[in-house]
Design a protein around this ligand. Structure first.
Ligand SMILES: CCCCCCCCCCCCCCCC(=O)OC[C@@H](O)COP(=O)(O)O
Length: 253
């Protein structure tokens, strides 16, 4: 299928494409493995979470991962963590929401596509009214992909946290709507919060250095198997779970 340019005005064609896009799984596995060697994250789990996550992945049930966002290095360290976790079995079948700007440069787009990116047109980039229709399609596409058995990783803060790496910032309602819509399609997803810590940094507005990003601490919460009904309640739960995960990552750094 011809891949359309990732432009807001053409978002119908864009989401038709990302409803079905499937990267080469072997290439994805190789890339995640390379990142695991380069970044060597230290991965830990809440009590029982590793066993539960392994069982969840095996069960075939769709999973939404809520991840905190500290820097533009995060996608790489998260991918490295996926390799070093029970998620390895799902590499190539995990979609990741990524801002549309990351798809503009063809070279970068090839990488983001290969890692499983799905574009998001953010209100902060295009204006909140301009992105409404595209946002609806994006959430539908995510729900349908979950219903088809993919997992979905979301940075629900929507932007890098330059305020306080130990405190989760505001979480949008999108994650709740996606879970809600997947449940409507007969595929109620589980939720797993995953958080990173790059250690104490004097100024959170200054991105961590390449060295600081190596051997980050990552922490998995146990899966939440039953989500609330309403999107807003799901989003609130995701924020609370993510804060617990951040606490775990900070404690294990
Ligand atoms: C759980 C397993 C998930 C595997 C993760 C695989 C790696 C993903 C590949 C590429 C996708 C990139 C995602 C970036 C997310 C994103 O787009 O966040 C916005 C910020 O950056 C920048 O925000 P800002 O500072 O506000 O411009």
């Amino acid at each position: 299928m011809h891949s359309p340019e990732v432009l807001l005005d053409d978002n119908d064609a864009v989401y038709d494409y990302y409803l079905r896009h499937q990267q080469n799984r072997w290439k994805a596995l190789a890339a995640y493995a390379v990142l695991a060697r380069r970044f060597r994250p230290r991965v830990s789990f809440a009590e029982g979470a590793k066993r539960q996550l392994t069982a969840l992945v095996k069960s075939g049930r769709p999973v939404i991962f809520a991840i905190n966002h500290l820097s533009t290095s995060d996608p790489y360290t998260v991918a490295a963590t996926a390799w070093r976790s029970p998620l390895r079995a799902k590499i190539g079948r995990v979609r990741v929401l990524a801002k549309d700007e990351l798809f503009l440069d063809p070279e970068q787009r090839r990488k983001v596509d290969m890692m499983g990116g799905i574009p998001v047109f953010r209100g902060k980039d295009h204006g909140i009214r301009a992105v409404n229709a595209a946002g609806q399609r994006m959430m539908d596409v995510c729900a349908q992909r979950l219903a088809n058995g993919d997992h979905l990783a979301v940075f629900p803060e929507g932007t890098c946290n330059h305020v306080d790496p130990a405190t989760v910032q505001a979480v949008g309602s999108g994650i709740g709507h996606i879970a809600f819509r997947a449940a409507k399609l007969g595929a109620p997803p589980a939720l797993v919060a995953l958080a990173m810590s790059y250690g104490p940094r004097p100024d959170p507005a200054i991105a961590p250095t390449a060295e600081e990003v190596v051997s980050a601490a990552f922490y998995f919460r146990a899966p939440v198997l039953e989500l609330p009904q309403r999107p807003a309640d799901i989003a609130r739960l995701a924020k609370d779970e993510l804060q617990h995960a951040v606490d775990g990552a900070v404690a294990h750094y």
